[in-house]
Design a protein around this ligand. Structure first.
Ligand SMILES: [Ca+2]
Ligand SMILES: [Ca+2]
Length: 399
């Protein structure tokens, strides 16, 4: 999609939203005939009254039947509460703030529970530290998984890698349907990827990594035998996909098993990608669908373009990747990738991939400084605000 077409469609979107006041616009230049799933109108409401967190950057469930939601606070703390209560009291789960360097894009950035957490009590974190400045992927343990809190002294480091700059640390970690741990890393930082890390398969930066936490061939983790670059000379065997700039929040669609991410752009284009094994997602050769370095006639052979991109021309400046909705409370959103923009706070529902023509619909309202989305054990969606620390959900009810 070229710049002018994108701007034109964005303009139409605004006009249609003003005219209709609903969330059913698809950005199309043609009059929209709403289908039944498009007629719902959504609004953001606080999900848990009175609950506020300190710079939340991740929200996950443990998949252990406890219905707990775990909120990761950037400073290095994790709290949980019962998602079935409307006014729950949070419990301190882990505090490693003394290990974590936080602020800006640094901090405790990722949390994932072992698929067998209920029996082994293992969970994994991704954080940045100082002296030296690096990312740490580590395992922790709770003593009694169902009700217990974590033991801060139980840290087992899987691996670390240097962070040349404070920004672009990725940070999201999730277990895939294959039982392996997927790790999103940024390009290391600065601007324009000055070290060209994302295209360098000898670097863990600017990648999606995949490791086996149950194996020990690399010490405290292992390499899945079918990782794409295990036999390529000079390539890090942990790499699953490359050419990413700052994949901020990854997730798996529990139904299709596809891995989605938002990849934050440089100066002009934010993108949504569906990640496939061995794929090259273009950065720093391309930003979205567009040549970046060089700015024209870039080598595009083999690069995978995003399934959706949006420009900075409307105040949207930093994508926050979300989830393909598979819950029950919002039938009109089932199967759509719900994501937003950190700067504008706007949120969209995207249908894309599988060779279909993408359709992107804005949902009404905004979530200020939208840092992350999350789902509970029923796959219902939540939205976290970094600035006010609150958690929001979507409601179809009339105020
Ligand atoms: Ca960095
Ligand atoms: Ca890309």
């Amino acid at each position: 999609m070229n710049l002018f077409l994108n701007k034109y469609l964005a303009f139409l979107t605004i006009i249609t939203l003003l005219a209709c006041g609903n969330s059913s616009d698809d950005g199309s230049a043609n009059p929209v005939t709403p289908n039944p799933s498009d007629t719902e109108s959504y609004r953001f409401v606080e999900a848990f009254s009175g609950l506020e967190f300190n710079n939340p950057v991740e929200l996950v469930n443990a998949g252990d039947g406890s219905n707990r939601l775990f909120v990761v606070e950037r400073r290095g703390t994790i709290k949980f509460f019962n998602a079935t209560q409307s006014s729950p009291s949070p419990t301190d789960f882990l505090n490693i703030s003394s290990k974590v360097r936080s602020g800006g894009e640094m901090g405790l950035l990722g949390l994932a529970f072992h698929p067998n957490f209920e029996s082994n009590g293992f969970f994994f974190v991704n954080y940045t530290k100082d002296n030296p400045q690096e990312t740490v992927i580590a395992r922790y343990k709770v003593n009694t998984p169902a009700s217990g809190v974590a033991d801060p002294g139980s840290e087992t480091i899987l691996f670390t890698f240097a962070q040349p700059y404070s920004n672009h640390n990725g940070g999201s970690i999730h277990f895939g349907p294959d039982g392996y741990l997927y790790i999103a890393t940024g390009d290391g930082g600065s601007g324009g990827d000055p070290q060209n890390n994302s295209q360098n398969k000898g670097s863990l930066l600017g990648k999606i990594l995949r490791v086996d936490v149950n194996a020990t061939d690399k010490g405290n983790y292992g390499i899945p035998a079918d990782n794409p670059f295990v036999s390529e000379s000079g390539a890090r065997p942990e790499i699953y996909a490359y050419g990413l700039r700052n994949p901020w929040r990854i997730s798996f669609d529990p139904e299709t098993k596809q891995l989605w991410t938002g990849d934050v752009g440089q100066n002009a284009w934010e993108e949504i990608d569906i990640i496939t094994k061995g794929g090259n997602y273009g950065w720093r050769l391309k930003e979205g669908d567009h040549c970046y370095n060089p700015s024209s006639n870039c080598e595009q052979t083999g690069l995978i373009d995003p399934v959706w991109e949006y420009s900075h021309s409307n105040g949207d400046r930093s994508v926050t990747g979300g989830y393909v909705y598979r819950g029950k409370k919002l039938p009109g959103l089932v199967g759509k990738y719900i994501y937003g923009d950190y700067v504008s706070g706007r949120v969209w529902a995207l249908e894309a991939g599988n060779n279909t023509t993408p359709k992107n619909s804005r949902l009404a309202g905004t979530v200020s400084s939208l840092s992350t989305l999350g789902v509970d054990e029923q796959n219902e969606l939540y939205f976290c605000s970094l600035g006010n620390g609150k958690i929001f959900t979507l409601s179809t009810a009339t105020p």
